[in-house]
Ligand binder design. Structure first.
Ligand SMILES: C[S@@+](CC[C@H](N)C(=O)[O-])C[C@H]1O[C@@H](n2cnc3c(N)ncnc32)[C@H](O)[C@@H]1O
Length: 299
């Protein structure tokens, strides 16, 4: 791929491109170099990843190699793969992403699962119940869209402070044909909600402390929006505000489901238990065994 290698007459087949790039990205600090190489090559070649495997011995045309070289250069500098290809899969759905929104993370799928499980239980006893949900801090809209896709007739208000994020959320809501059930709203946490009978407040708010922020990986710190990540000195500011204001907006026994980091999980649980406005408070772990979702029901 480099000039130094240009003298080598061996063709740059897909297999060779992937091998070289995997080593290169490993050296530049990627934790998933082979996957990155495959995703970026299939993007440059405009094909599915699986198609690379049936074309290992082919040499891509010069324009594909040039596009791939450029993508690899940017990836090696730390730019996230999802921004380079402009999309990310979440809850088996495809979402457009751009630097104005956080890249959806797989841990956040637990928020969707916990919401859908509870909604299904409610539907069993009340089959015609139509759900009112707020997705606070919606970013790309991945949580709101995933819930709406799987919960027929649910109406969701998806809120974010950032105009850039809301633009991307709008694209995703339209892409998934949900504009009639998801209302996008610019606002600060729950301030814009008059409704006092929500069934669920779901949120993946910023929850990184200022000191943790400085230690984040460069591909997060240098590329993803700080407003999507940091919540004051402790990382708990926004979660505390949601916990305090949540009960005003929920119907009796309505649910608050909130993603957080394992570092603040126990403190957040204690905080919410101390408020006296909630019941059935608990923490749910993610697949890695980390405490990840704070759950509470309006008392
Ligand atoms: C961690 S991201 C979550 C995005 C998306 N829900 C996801 O899970 O990928 C947090 C989002 O909260 C937004 N945000 C930050 N402060 C906010 C506030 N006070 N009110 C509403 N949204 C806020 C940011 O713009 C960002 O889009």
């Amino acid at each position: 791929m480099t000039n130094q290698n240009a003298a080598n007459t061996e063709p740059w087949t897909i297999m060779r491109l992937l091998q070289w790039t995997t080593e290169h990205l490993k050296k530049s600090g990627s934790s998933s170099p082979r996957l990155d190489a495959e995703v970026l090559l299939s993007h440059a070649r405009n094909c599915q990843r699986i198609e690379l495997y049936t074309a290992f011995n082919e040499e891509p045309p010069e324009e594909v190699k040039a596009k791939f070289r450029e993508l690899i250069k940017r990836r090696a500098q730390g730019e996230p793969v999802a921004y380079l290809v402009g999309k990310k899969e979440f809850y088996s759905l495809s979402f457009q992403v751009a630097p104005g929104c956080l890249i959806p993370r797989s841990e956040t799928e637990h928020l969707v699962i916990e919401c859908l499980d509870r909604a299904k239980a409610i539907r069993q006893s009340s089959p015609s119940h139509s759900f009112q949900i707020a997705d606070v801090c919606t970013g790309s809209g991945c949580v709101a869209v995933s819930i709406a896709k799987h919960l027929e007739s649910a109406k969701i208000v998806a809120i974010d402070l950032s105009e850039d994020a809301l633009e991307i959320a709008k694209t995703n809501v339209n892409l998934h044909g949900l504009a009639d059930r998801i209302e996008l709203r610019q606002g600060d946490l729950l301030n814009s909600i008059d409704n006092e009978s929500l069934d669920f407040i779901v949120s993946n708010p910023p929850y990184v402390s200022e000191s943790e922020y400085s230690d984040l990986d460069r591909s997060v710190k240098n590329y993803e929006p700080k407003i999507a990540l940091v919540s004051g000195e402790s990382g708990m500011e926004l979660i505390e505000q949601l916990a305090v204001r949540g009960p005003e907006k929920l119907r009796p026994s309505g649910w608050f489901l909130c993603e957080l980091s394992p570092m603040i999980a126990d403190r957040s649980l204690e905080f919410i238990q101390g408020l006296g406005t909630w019941k059935n408070e608990s923490l749910v772990k993610d697949l890695a065994g980390n405490k990840r979702i704070l759950i509470a029901q309006k008392a």
